[in-house]
Write a protein that binds this ligand. Structure first.
Ligand SMILES: [Ca+2]
Length: 248
């Protein structure tokens, strides 16, 4: 939080601590076990608004690996955030545009593209297709080509492996897409506790649970890159974690 913000926060300040378990929207590889995203938030909101941009801005605070029971380990990242109009957070039930999960892809004739069509990826990845759906109306189950709508998430977490001094992205969706569509992109909940726009600032703790961190990464050097969106789809700056090793 900036010094200016602290000065302004002499106005009536609401502080709330909310701990929420969110049903995640991750489809985890069964071998990696299913987990929950755990989001903890400390919010400071002001009725008399400081002049903050309406696009969210974030800072990296910490990342921590914690071993759990039965192999369910946690990677907990904490970021600081501020947003001038506080339109932060999505409900899990908000699946209407622009927050819908994916877009069907259509060809030049406006027809749905199905698996096997020349316009579709030739290799099957779960992230690229919806199966058992009758999109053509002929009562035949289709496998239709889709593109995931990144606006269905309001927090994006990208994993990078450091190898030979360079960072390479570890793309969960591509690594396991032949089996399951895995991502640690997700949703944090509505943060504004009042029914009017106001500046918000605070910390957001985002926990990713998986039994795959140690087997996949062991002594590799990892870095996370994180960004968030507000409800108007304004995208924050991207922050980077420090390098860390889950196996140490
Ligand atoms: Ca905003």
């Amino acid at each position: 939080m900036t010094e200016d913000f602290l000065k302004i926060s002499k106005f009536k300040v609401h502080t709330a601590i909310i701990w929420l378990y969110l049903a995640n929207n991750i489809i985890l590889n069964p071998k990696l076990k299913r987990g929950l995203l755990f989001v903890g938030i400390v919010i400071i909101g002001c009725d008399k608004p400081p002049e903050l941009p309406t696009t969210p801005s974030i800072t990296f605070e910490s990342v921590r690996f914690a071993t759990g029971v039965n192999g369910f380990d946690s990677l907990i990242v904490v970021i600081g955030f501020e947003d001038g109009n506080g339109d932060l957070g999505l409900l899990g039930s908000e699946n209407q545009p622009p927050y819908h999960p994916y877009d069907f892809q259509k060809n030049a004739q406006g027809e749905f593209i199905l698996f096997g069509d020349p316009e579709a990826p030739s290799e099957f990845h779960v992230c690229d297709f919806v199966t058992d759906i009758d999109v053509t109306g002929d009562e035949i189950a289709d496998t239709a080509y889709i593109v995931i709508n990144q606006n269905s998430f309001n927090i994006e977490i990208d994993f990078f492996l450091r190898r030979d001094g360079a960072y390479e992205e570890f793309d969960w969706r591509r690594e396991f897409g032949q089996f399951n569509c895995i991502t640690f992109d997700g949703r944090y909940p509505i943060l504004n506790s009042e029914d009017f726009e106001r500046p918000l600032a605070g910390s957001l703790s985002y926990s990713m649970v998986s039994s795959g961190f140690l087997p996949l990464f062991g002594n590799d050097t990892l870095q996370l890159r994180i960004e968030i969106k507000d409800r108007a789809l304004n995208i924050s700056n991207t922050v980077e974690s420090q390098d860390f090793v889950v196996g140490q």
